[in-house]
Design a protein around this ligand. Sequence first.
Ligand code: AR6
Length: 178
Amino acid sequence: MIRRKTLECGTLFVVLTGDITAQATDAIVNAANSRLAGGGGVDGAIHAKGGPEIMAECRKFGGCPTGYAVVTGAGRLKAKHVIHAVGPIYSGLTDDARLLALTYKKSLECAVKSGCKSVSFPSISTGAYGYPPADACPIAMKTCHDFVNDNPVIEEIHFVLFSDPDFALYVEQLEELK
Ligand code: AR6
């Protein structure tokens, strides 16, 4: 399933179901942990399909704080870069939303610094990290919308969802964006 919408700022938002490792955007974003140690979910899929050189590069960073991101090459993946972003572990406290928004913003800052024009995001923090998808979705899309309004260099953002209910949430939110 796929929906596309060009926003007033000129950036194309694409909402789709699928596997983020198959995306051919300049960068794909990994839902990483603060040790950059690999794991399950998106992280496991990216390292398994991208190959060991991605982990070799991750080790050089020695970790990344929650809310921030680092960039590596993409090994055997179609993308040119992997942006390893560390979303918050859901706590139910108000700081969750700030940290989740920061994670998307820092990821897009990494994309701009790396010369990327297109980026694919998973639904960060909503798997193992327990963030309710319905709360995370508007934060994800609004933060990206605000960013591209200020940084038109990003031409295309893909939101790659792993379930039909997540896809429906993103489509609903997409309809509200101008
Ligand atoms: N493509 C797109 N989305 C996916 C894929 C995929 N290949 N695989 C899972 N998802 P998660 P988090 C969805 O757990 O919550 C790891 O162990 C998944 O269904 O990958 O940020 C890390 O090492 C969910 O909707 O990331 C960390 O320790 C969303 O992606 C921790 O999990 C995010 O789920 C990070 O947890």
